[in-house]
Design a protein around this ligand. Structure first.
Ligand code: ADP
Length: 217
């Protein structure tokens, strides 16, 4: 279990803090507006109304003990940047910040935070990918153009082995795991027989995974 602080409990910060709680972590939620604190207060480990541009207030809350801090102050550029500076003064190394504009991004990258998040852009790309590849439930970029993708096996692929499904792509793409109801099979050998509604996770270069798409629908 890790301890996180989420500063700014709007739609983004609020849902991130609740999800961290449901993943079993401790979460301190902070917002300058009472209404936003009240909405999640009884669901978080601790919640308080504070102005995150006040370094003393952050120090009193022992924010320095947290494993990571997510700054989700929306459009208020000045408050977001001041807050990041205070967190750095408090010795926090793992700071994730939601950016609201290009200039916000440039300043944050100069300040050197761990991760700059652009929720609208990131979500927009995800939605476009989901529309383009409706068979892909989830995907994860592992770097160097290698992706993990999760697909659901449709009825017409029932009874095919992994090798039959992948054909030539099997030189580059690996069956990482199959989830069948409560069972998990990993790794997935070439002669593994797939069933309809199996969840198959494949790993490989994006270009090769894309070339498989027509076979999966
Ligand atoms: P979204 O809902 O898209 O996540 P918002 O801009 O609505 O983004 O939410 C930003 C949150 O940050 C609001 O709840 C706001 O009250 C909070 N906030 C803004 N300035 C400060 C500040 N100085 N200290 C703490 N919280 C702040």
């Amino acid at each position: 279990m890790a301890q996180f602080a989420v500063i700014g409990l709007g739609r983004f910060g609020g849902s991130a803090s609740l999800e961290l709680m449901s993943l079993g972590h401790q979460v301190i939620g902070l917002d300058s507006c009472e209404k936003f604190v009240a909405r999640v207060a009884d669901k978080l480990s601790y919640a308080a109304i504070i102005d995150a541009t006040d370094e003393d207030a952050l120090r009193e809350l022992n924010i320095g003990q947290c494993d990571a801090v997510l700054v989700a102050i929306g459009e208020n550029l000045e408050a977001s940047i001041l807050c990041v500076l205070h967190l750095k003064n408090l010795g926090i190394n793992n700071i994730w910040v939601k950016a609201s504009s290009k200039s916000h991004h440039s300043i944050l990258s100069k300040l050197g935070v761990s991760r700059i998040i652009h929720p609208e852009e990131e979500m927009g790309i995800r939605v476009a990918q989901a529309l383009n590849y409706p068979m892909v439930n989830q995907y994860m970029a592992l770097g160097h153009n290698i992706y993990l993708v999760e697909i659901e096996i449709i009825e017409k692929l029932q009874g095919q082995t992994l090798a039959q499904l992948l054909k030539d792509a099997s030189a580059f793409v690996h069956g990482f795991l199959v989830k069948r109801r409560k069972d998990v099979f990993s790794p997935v050998p070439a002669d593994f027989v797939l069933e309809a509604h199996d969840t198959l996770v494949l790993a490989g270069p994006l270009t090769v995974l894309k070339s498989l798409a027509p076979r999966l629908i």
